[in-house]
Design a protein around this ligand. Structure first.
Ligand code: ACO
Length: 330
């Protein structure tokens, strides 16, 4: 599978830490020093998840030089769909990608990597040729804006990568690992409300609706700084890759302290750790493709560069992939 295009989209409105401190008991210094976040984008009424995901996917299509009819598969990684029956078909309709099958995949902040790896299986088996993989989330819908321990962390956004089947010499997914640990699910949840209403006689029916995000920040932090280096080590060893061969670390953007800890574990210079969470916060499934798009478009990531990527979060779930960026082919 070759990575041949990327795109991203973020809402227009940005809220700084200072502005947030007018709403909830927090301050810029606490948020910056604990997380590295300075601002986050928040989707407005005309910026649905479908809209952000479609804009990101259209940008990836354009970058790859594809037409909508070239696309066989659209995978949308999201935990905040516009429609629980699936938002990917709305994106497919918006793009006019009539031949593509489109469906959602949910794995929180690991979602984009899991979707990229899933797409690679269809492309590798020869079943499909071209796919758009999107990571998009609008967690501003699901945070409790009165809970300072979570609301300062998240933002909205979308990113997408265009991938196509290729020969072994152009392969851009050199190895991967995926993990889940449901025994630690309670550390980070966006769970269905336990609310039942009378239906008929003794029978009740559960009402739809979700409780806001709840997180044990310290447990998730410990999980991330333990499991991300471990899974990356395993992947580098399995692929015979030395840390010095990596051009970039492309990690889920949750906390600058986590990014720095992972870099230190591999003695990778902090300048090789891609980071844009200062401007966007944690955009969940969107962080990795949003970061990749920025670094490709500003020229940091060049064709042929080797990136070690890792996503981690609710589930708990985590994964890693060794990627070689190719860029558009003529
Ligand atoms: N502003 C000011 N003070 C705050 C805030 C805030 N926004 N939030 C918490 N505090 C206070 C707490 O009340 C506590 O005060 P106390 O000592 O008087 O009780 C103090 O700050 C320390 O709180 P901790 O929770 O211990 O802070 P910590 O250093 O652990 O940092 C953080 C919290 C930033 C959330 C960190 O734990 C973290 O980054 N965790 C990982 C989160 C993550 O990576 N999530 C990724 C997955 S996301 C997904 O999958 C959707």
């Amino acid at each position: 599978m070759a990575l041949v295009g990327c795109g991203s989209a973020v809402p227009a409105a940005s809220i700084t830490n200072q502005q947030l401190s007018e709403r909830v008991d927090t301050n810029d210094e606490w948020i910056r020093t604990r997380t590295g976040i300075r601002a986050r984008r928040i989707a407005g009424p005309s910026e649905s998840l479908t809209c952000l995901a479609s804009r990101a996917a259209q940008a990836a299509l354009d970058h790859a030089g594809w037409s909508p009819d070239d696309v066989d598969l659209i995978l949308l990684a999201t935990s905040s769909p516009d429609d629980l029956f699936g938002t990917a078909p709305r994106v497919q309709g918006t793009l006019g990608a009539r031949r593509a099958v489109a469906f959602d995949l949910t794995a929180a902040c690991s979602g984009f990597l899991f979707a990229l790896i899933t797409a690679s299986q269809y492309l590798g088996s020869g079943t499909m040729k071209r796919a758009l993989v999107i990571g998009a989330d609008q967690l501003s819908r699901w945070v409790d804006w009165d809970d300072r321990s979570t609301c300062v962390l998240f933002g909205d956004g979308a990113g997408s990568v265009a991938v196509e089947a290729c020969g072994a010499q152009d392969n851009g997914l050199l190895g991967f690992r995926m993990r889940s640990d449901g025994s630690r699910n309670g550390c980070l949840t966006l769970a269905q409300l336990d609310k039942h209403a009378p239906l008929l006689g003794e029978l009740t029916a559960q009402r739809g609706g979700f409780a806001p995000i709840q997180m044990n920040g310290q447990e998730v932090y410990k999980f991330a700084v333990r499991e991300v280096p471990a899974i990356l080590s395993e992947l580098l060893e399995a692929t015979g890759t030395a840390p010095e061969q990596l051009d970039w670390l492309l990690l889920h953007q949750a906390n600058q302290r986590i990014l720095d800890a992972v870099a230190d574990r591999f003695a990778i210079d902090h300048s090789q750790v891609l980071s844009n969470l200062a401007l966007y916060g944690n955009t969940s499934a969107a962080t990795i493709p949003l970061m990749l798009d920025e670094a490709v478009k500003d020229g940091r990531v060049q064709p042929g560069h080797l990136l070690a990527s890792s996503g981690f979060g609710a589930g708990l779930s985590w994964g890693a992939a060794l990627l070689r960026w190719q860029g558009p082919t003529d």
